[in-house]
Design a protein around this ligand. Structure first.
Ligand code: ADP
Ligand code: MG
Length: 464
């Protein structure tokens, strides 16, 4: 076990790279990416979590996967010691795969870069760095037109897509470009969450001083020439924030100021959102970014390779592009993962190596038959309930949901007939199973939480 050459940081980078690919989306963003490692020895490593909540989630949901990944990458057998600690240093370098493909390295910041930074924009997210293809062409065209003529034509601009498709990149690029081309305009950028937090803070401060400081807040937002808000879906259901946003929006809109909003869903899917707001979103120009097609995926990876001088030949690039078809973030993460494997093992790059490095991710795995017990186990694990209880007779809500989701997933992933599913799940009638499956199908359409839960569980199942 002394053959280990990796230091803690490199090990964890490689582990995170693998985890990011296997647990994309919320799981990775909310838990895994928040961790860092310390004290790597020959047979143990500390996994530092920023809170007890994250620690619990990590231990409950991700431990076996982390374990496997650490053992594989560290080439040994390690005990994982989870504990809460400061992860600040890690957070600073966290946007590893969030970084654009090409960084703008300039020795000195010019005034517009300085201003962009103060605005909270990421200088690395530019139009030049954004590779255009079939699936993002319209979004890109609108974004560049807005940067040329803010407030004139496409207002408001509402951009939506699934995660990792380049929304954040594109709206930062708009901000950066406007600051460069129109230095007199005031650009305000925030996220939906940031907007809410700032509002709450303002109200709190105001109260303690027996006066409201909302004027400062309002001034900042309502006098912007360009207001860019990322992840606007966050404010859905937050009544007071919505109200404040509504007035901000109106004032800017009436004054023909540019509004740019990015969201993970189209306006019509905003639940708990006032109709008067969603109809305003729709009143401007809408664009979505679809999953990148093969050509765009390959183009993005080739551009990255050329820029960074990595020794990837087209064959391997195409292999990755062909197999990782979900989103750009995963695509770039996979590329990075292959690179890390190549460097760690000092192997020459080949399709076989890439296949190995990407392990659970690649498509074939998705077509592999899924084990029914794995499904039930994963569901129970996810909801922290016992398998015998799910198979048993009790009908409390905490059991009915995992039971029906098990039915649904077994049906969807294995095509097992209803009657057999019923038998497997404690001798239930086939109509009960049919009802359960239907119920989950509807819930997935109507309820975001169920949709996300089912997606998360599927990811677990496929990554085993
Ligand atoms: P979203 O906000 O839609 O979740 P991001 O803008 O964070 O997605 O994109 C994820 C990563 O992929 C970022 O590093 C971004 O720079 C990169 N990216 C996405 N689309 C492109 C593209 N077309 N060209 C270059 N990089 C891209
Ligand atoms: Mg984003």
């Amino acid at each position: 076990m002394t053959s280990l050459k990796l230091d803690t940081k490199t090990l964890w980078q490689a582990v995170l790279a693998e985890m990011e690919v296997n647990f994309s989306g919320l799981n990775y963003d909310m838990y895994i990416s928040k961790t860092k490692a310390e004290n790597l020895t020959d047979d143990s490593v500390d996994v530092i979590c920023p809170s007890i909540y994250v620690q619990k989630k990590m231990e409950l949901l991700f431990k076996p996967f982390l374990q496997e990944s650490v053992n594989k990458i560290g080439k040994g057998k390690y005990e994982l010691n989870f504990r809460v600690g400061s992860t600040l240093e890690k957070n600073k370098e966290q946007p590893k795969f969030e970084e654009p493909l090409f960084k703008n390295i300039s020795p000195k910041e010019n005034p517009s870069q300085k201003k962009a930074k103060e605005t909270g924009l990421n200088l690395d997210y530019t139009f030049e760095n954004f590779i255009m293809g079939g699936t993002n062409r319209l979004a890109y065209a609108i974004a560049t037109a807005i940067a040329d003529n803010p407030g004139k034509m496409h207002n408001p601009f509402f951009l939506y897509s699934g995660v990792g498709q380049g929304k954040t990149h594109l709206i930062h690029a708009i901000g950066n470009d406007i600051i460069k081309k129109h230095p007199n305009l005031s650009v305000v950028y925030c996220t939906g969450e940031g907007f809410m937090n700032e509002l709450i803070e303002t109200l709190q401060k105001g109260r303690s001083k027996k006066q409201y400081l909302t004027n400062t807040f309002r001034k900042k937002y309502r006098t912007a020439d360009v207001l860019i808000i990322d992840d606007i879906q966050f404010i859905a259901g937050k009544i007071q924030t919505q109200e404040e946003f509504f007035h901000t929006f109106n004032e800017l809109y009436m004054a023909q100021k540019q509004i740019v909003l990015a969201s993970d869903r189209p306006p019509e899917e905003f639940k708990n959102f006032e109709e008067r707001l969603t109809s305003r979103f729709r009143s401007g120009i809408l664009a979505d970014i679809q999953k990148p097609d093969f050509e765009l995926r390959a183009a993005i990876l080739r551009a990255k390779r050329d820029k960074e001088g990595d020794e990837f030949d087209n064959e391997v690039i195409d292999f990755i592009a062909e197999n990782v078809d979900t989103n750009v973030r995963e695509l770039v993460g996979s590329y990075q993962q292959v690179l890390t494997f190549m460097k760690a093992g000092e192997h020459p790059l080949s399709i076989e190596l890439a296949e190995k490095a990407l392990g659970g991710l690649i498509k074939n795995k998705r077509n592999k038959p899924v084990n029914i017990n794995t499904i039930v186990k994963s569901v129970c694990n996810y909801y922290s309930v016992r398998i015998p209880d799910v198979k048993g007779k009790r009908r409390t809500k905490d059991l009915v949901i995992p039971r029906q989701i098990s039915m649904y997933l077994i049906y969807e992933l294995t095509n097992t007939p209803f009657a057999s599913i019923g038998e497997l799940l404690g001798g239930r009638d086939h109509t009960t199973v049919m009802h359960g499956v239907k119920k989950v199908e509807t819930a997935i359409k109507e309820d975001l939480k169920t949709k996300q839960d089912v997606m998360n569980i599927k990811q677990f199942i496929y990554s085993i």
